[in-house]
Ligand binder design. Structure first.
Ligand code: DGY
Length: 379
């Protein structure tokens, strides 16, 4: 099956790169043009199937940029290799839709886009936490329905967050940014569960606590807990920032939800299948004071029956990284991943990818997740 809706940029380029969705900004196109690429962009909003992507690759394709909604597995990487490609990049930091082992077997480097989603995604997790705590979804629906007939002492009472405990599952870049925002903005203590201690985060909050104590505020703590269960029991709101893999699939299930406080808050901006959505629906039904904020869903774009009817859940359509700066930055990083490999460049060695976002393009690919296995040199 083919799709007719393709737009061509730089038709005279001597390398051919396919991009399965329109991406925002211009710099990503400049990066590919700079590398001599003709860029073919699918303008259809529909999710492309494996067959459609293969058809788009054709007999010759030097690189591809794909989406988290697509299934990049053995079939596509075999086709990409046969078409002579130098690289694939996901337009996302997460790559649970990509079979990295298959890509590596076929010798295809796989790029992702870390470093530009951190604060943006953390801000959405904070926004959901506050929307859920203060019931803004319910209250807005109430207003729009013309049901507000005057101020009342008990109308839409929610939860005060200040001084309580924010729980973070997965204290990597985004989780740590969320933790700092909750500590600095709302003066919440932080508890986190992660396989590894985040000493930089603990030190930051310890130093911040000293700063506010000197100004007469109560101290704040940041502690790593040994188990998810301990975190769920203790935290007043829990935000999930883990990757999705076999070990985190349904990490939050009925048994673990039952450990949470009856008026706790659960936020998910990571990947939908980390939460057993049917169990969450049942839990929210049985515990009207429990609240959840979801940016991601187990079977996107579908939602588990009953979820949309729950007043105690705030739902948004996977937009945690949707700011101009971040989405344009993701496009630039994905393009530089592909353009860098097409030109035979090494991989960028540092987490700070900002040099790619402005000025001359560094002669490197910003983030290739299987670089070590493919023995790609470091810049
Ligand atoms: C990612 O990059 O993994 C995000 O989910 C996109 O918003």
């Amino acid at each position: 099956m083919t799709i007719k809706e393709w737009r061509v940029f730089n038709p005279g380029g001597n390398k051919r790169v396919i991009v399965t969705k329109e991406l925002p900004g211009q710099r990503w196109l400049d990066a590919l043009q700079h590398a001599g690429c003709r860029v073919e962009i699918c303008t259809s909003p529909e999710v492309l199937s494996v067959a459609q992507i293969k058809a788009a690759m054709g007999a010759r394709c030097d690189g591809a940029i794909g989406q988290l909604t697509e299934d990049w597995g053995d079939e596509l990487f075999a086709a990409l290799k046969a078409a002579g490609a130098a690289a694939y990049s996901n337009y996302a930091v997460g790559y649970n839709n990509v079979d990295i082992d298959a890509a590596t077997r076929h010798g295809i480097p796989v790029g992702n886009t870390p470093g530009v989603l951190t604060e943006t995604t953390a801000e959405m997790a904070v926004a959901l936490t506050m929307a859920v705590a203060r019931r803004t979804g319910e209250a807005e629906r109430f207003m729009r329905a013309g049901r507000y007939h005057g101020w009342l002492p008990t109308l839409f009472m929610g939860e005060l967050l200040r001084g309580k405990t924010a729980g973070v599952i997965g204290a990597g870049r985004i989780g740590a940014a969320y933790a700092r925002m909750m500590a600095e903005g709302l003066k919440m203590n932080v508890a986190y569960f992660d396989l590894y201690p985040n000493e930089a985060l603990e030190t930051y909050i310890r130093d911040y606590s000293a700063f506010i104590v000197a100004r007469g505020e109560p101290p704040l703590t940041c502690r790593r807990l040994e188990t998810v269960e301990a975190l769920l029991r203790e935290a007043d709101c829990v935000s999930i920032h883990t990757v999705l893999d076999k070990s985190t699939h349904h990490l939050i299930n009925a048994d673990r939800l039952a450990l949470m406080k009856p008026n706790a808050i659960l936020i998910n901006t990571s990947r939908g299948p980390v939460v057993d959505e049917a169990a969450l629906v049942a839990h929210c039904r049985q515990n009207p004071s429990f609240r959840a904020g979801l940016d991601v869903f187990e079977d996107e774009p579908a939602m588990t029956p009953g979820l949309v009817d729950l007043e105690n859940v705030v739902i948004v359509p996977h937009i945690a990284s949707a700011t101009q700066w971040t989405r344009q930055g993701m496009a630039t990083l994905a393009a530089c991943n592909v353009a860098g490999r097409i030109q035979g460049f090494p991989v960028w060695p540092r987490p700070d990818i900002t040099p790619f976002l402005d000025g001359d393009f560094p002669r490197a690919s910003p983030s290739i997740v299987n670089a070590a296995n493919l023995a790609i040199p470091v810049f």
